[in-house]
Design a protein around this ligand. Structure first.
Ligand code: SAM
Length: 290
């Protein structure tokens, strides 16, 4: 029987005497249509694996078990482990792992769980209080991932998918788009959760790139340059960078920006990833490494 209906979810919760912990971002999905959209976006089949973060009482896990060859689900809340074991009893391709996804060794988990599959995607309804740290961990660890399909806060999804020149474009857009191609799958009303969150949600798909979107010699410096460029959104790129690198570098900075074809009066939010890569390279050439 499907978990993702209001009746079945309430029945499981009441029978186990489970109480929601707001601090763990526990908002469980009760709409099978939304679950189907999430799972369809991941493009799974019996040869593929799925890593779920925060399975809750197993609504999405159950669907993943039907579509994927292997599912590993990492849940932080110990109280949910016996519930998951009961709900997923018949699904032999599911492995439930008790732990904090931010702490566990994902490379080791991949080796143990996904040795036999031809590709792995992360599919999850993420806890909103740690969405960005979780996604940055997945992206930065360079796990062998095909797609990341996640339900997150709508506003964060819009920032990840934003194009240069828009209000939502910022350092998060650059970081995500460096590793992946984002696509907003759908906007989700708050009525499909128990309990209902205060914010709107969206499903976003990040199709992982084989190699980063732009070539950079020093990734850490690239991301620090991007952060510094957005430090004060109303300021020009020239002002933000000179606050970071030192006021005595103002003239040199003007020349570097101009030599890269970037007008110093532009704002950080107008620069493309390629422009950030060129800017980083030019700063490095001139020994300006913040
Ligand atoms: N997947 C379920 C669903 O869609 O109904 C539950 C989603 S709920 C938004 C988020 C889940 O993530 C909760 O079960 C919560 O306990 C779990 N969680 C929160 N922080 C976590 C962490 N750091 N590592 C692993 N799981 C976490």
């Amino acid at each position: 029987m499907d978990v993702a209906t209001p009746r079945r979810t309430k029945e499981i919760i009441e029978r186990h005497g489970f109480s929601f912990k707001k601090s763990l971002g526990q908002n469980f999905l009760i709409d099978p249509n939304i679950l189907n959209k999430i799972v369809a976006a991941a493009g799974l089949d019996a040869t593929k694996g799925a890593l779920e973060i925060g399975p809750g009482i197993g609504a999405l896990t159950q669907q993943l078990a039907r579509e994927a060859g292997k599912v590993a689900a990492v849940e932080i809340d110990r109280r949910l482990i016996p519930i998951l074991q009961e709900v997923l009893e018949a699904d032999e391709n599911v492995r439930i792992v008790h732990g904090d996804v931010l702490e566990i060794d994902l490379q080791a988990l991949f080796k143990e769980q996904f040795g036999e599959v031809s590709g792995v995607s992360v599919v999850a309804n993420l806890p909103y209080y740690v969405t960005t740290p979780i996604l940055m961990k997945l992206l930065e660890e360079r796990l062998p991932l095909e797609n990341i399909v996640v339900m997150i806060q709508k506003e964060v999804a819009e920032r990840m998918a934003a194009n240069p020149g828009t209000k939502a474009y910022g350092s998060l857009s650059v970081a995500v788009q460096y590793y992946a191609v984002p696509e907003l799958v759908c906007i989700v009303p708050h009525t499909v959760f128990i309990p209902q969150p205060n914010v709107d949600s969206a499903v976003i798909k990040l199709a992982m790139r084989d190699k980063p979107a732009v070539d950079v010699a020093d990734e850490d410096f690239f991301f620090r340059t991007v952060q510094a460029s957005f430090a004060q959104r109303r300021k020009t790129i020239h002002n933000n960078l000179s606050s970071w690198l030192g006021k005595d570098k103002r003239e040199e900075l003007t020349r570097i920006l101009e030599s890269t074809g970037i007008d110093p009066v532009r704002r950080g939010e107008t620069l493309s990833l390629q422009e950030y890569a060129s800017l980083t390279a030019a700063l490095e050439t001139h020994g300006l490494k913040g």
